[in-house]
Design a protein around this ligand. Structure first.
Ligand code: SF4
Length: 438
């Protein structure tokens, strides 16, 4: 066998390997065969083959700060241990000033992104969210604002009586740079009815992200796995998000299997444009000097998914607390299968908050190329071993985790451009284009 053909021990996976090597998309049956196989190392080798073809030894991370502005929520999804009703013990709401203050602290410590999500607050007006983005944009123009899941966007359409597109345009004009991928859970009506009835279903989730892409707002997509879904429902979820990505890529006149996103976005092209670049815009083939002058994202730009984030369900504290946790082998398998099934989204994230850093490190050899970032504070879920909500991964640890795995840690921004810093002062110098190799 040629050296670059990954070894698989399970003959049932030979056709899957053939399709992976031929660069063909895997089918539902392929996904089921992967899940049915006990050849975990063979599956890992296949996923690592794809990951290495795309990214070599690079492991991406960013300096970020998560901000969960409230846990007060009108809904009560069964898998959620975060939500509270107003007045309930542990309920909290942050005024705009507090959110801006946290963002300022993040920017001062070198963050390039704030990741903002929260519950569906029943009484806050839409202006609160616009003021939040404007306030951060004004105080910290260098920060990329990745904010609001699809369910929050739909909530805003209801409280503001605006369409999805109108809400997104208003948020974008206030400073929104991209959408996180939360709220996707599992795209299946049965699972939706059982575990998160009341929350938007697949069609609405898709509509939000399809509209965002059409407006030039990039996004991510999650899969919350290991609760009430079956394996076929999980594989179908992965195929569904691959199909939406294919649609977005086709709208950008790209091959539907392309992972070459950085080349394709309309970005700064002239010297004039470079002088007004802001951190929310994607570059073409330029090293872009930083400039604090914020400009709106070009409305003629179309966009797509950057990253898939498989989230390992943590049952403790939720209404599904009786369920067993995912196991390490189950997590690794799902991360690897995600890489294999979703061949047109460039990055697969091992979100260390959910997987734990030990398993996230292993996952770097099972198809994952991204660790998320420093995070610092995370209210939504916590593993038993974390006592409080302060959940921070220090830069030295990120580099050590990557180094021990034989990889090279690369600081990226939200749009996966390499961040260059002055080694003496740690100050940002530029964002450079990062191009995947396939
Ligand atoms: S998952 Fe989101 S929408 Fe559902 S209860 Fe929790 S905070 Fe609310």
């Amino acid at each position: 066998m040629p050296q670059d053909v990954p070894h698989v021990a399970d003959p049932a996976l030979y056709p899957v390997r053939d399709r992976v090597l031929a660069g063909q998309s895997l089918t539902l049956d392929d996904g089921l065969a992967l899940y049915a196989s006990r050849d975990l190392h063979g599956i890992g080798r296949l996923a690592h083959h794809v990951r290495t073809r795309l990214h070599g030894p690079k492991v991406y991370y960013n300096r970020n700060r998560h901000i969960n502005y409230t846990n007060v929520c009108a809904l009560s999804c069964k898998f959620c241990s975060f939500h509270r009703k107003r007045g309930e013990e542990g309920a909290y709401e942050m005024p705009v000033d507090q959110v801006v203050h946290i963002a300022q602290g993040a920017a001062a410590s070198g963050a390039t992104e704030v990741h903002i999500v929260g519950g569906l607050h029943p009484w806050r007006k839409f202006d609160y969210y616009l003021d939040m983005l404007r306030g951060i944009r004004q105080a910290c123009p260098q920060l990329h604002l990745k904010a609001f899941t699809a369910i929050e966007i739909v909530h805003f359409t209801r409280i503001a009586r605006l369409s999805i597109a109108e809400v997104l345009v208003a948020l974008r004009d206030a400073g929104l740079g991209s959408l996180p991928g939360g709220g996707a859970e599992i795209f299946d009506e049965r699972v939706h009815a059982e575990a998160f009835k009341g929350k938007v279903g697949a069609n609405k989730w898709f509509e939000v992200h399809r509209t965002a892409h059409a407006l030039g707002i990039p996004s991510n997509v999650t899969m919350l796995y290991g609760h009430v879904e079956t394996i076929p429902e999980r594989v179908k979820h992965l195929i569904a998000l691959r199909q939406l990505q294919a649609e977005s890529l086709a709208n950008m006149s790209l091959p539907v299997q392309s992972c070459q996103l950085p080349d394709t976005f309309v970005g700064a092209k002239s010297t004039d444009d470079l002088s007004t670049h802001d951190s929310n815009r994607r570059s073409n083939s330029y090293s872009i000097p930083l400039n604090s002058a914020a400009v709106p994202v070009n409305t003629t730009t179309r966009s797509a998914f950057n990253c898939v984030v498989p989230l390992s369900f943590i049952p403790e504290g939720s209404e599904l607390g009786y369920l067993p946790r995912n196991t390490g082998l189950g997590d690794l398998k799902t991360l690897a299968i995600t890489r294999l099934m979703v061949d047109n989204i460039p990055h697969i994230k091992a979100f260390w908050i959910m997987q734990g850093i030990h398993l996230a490190q292993l996952a770097l050899d099972w198809g994952c190329d991204d660790l998320d970032g420093t995070v610092v504070w995370y209210d939504i879920t916590k593993r038993k071993e974390h006592e409080g909500n302060h959940q921070e991964l220090h830069l030295a640890d990120i580099h050590r985790v990557a180094r021990e795995a034989g990889k090279v840690a690369i600081e990226r921004d939200t749009l996966y451009r390499q961040v260059r810093r002055d080694p003496a002062t740690d100050q940002l110098i530029s964002y450079d284009e990062l191009v995947t190799s396939a």
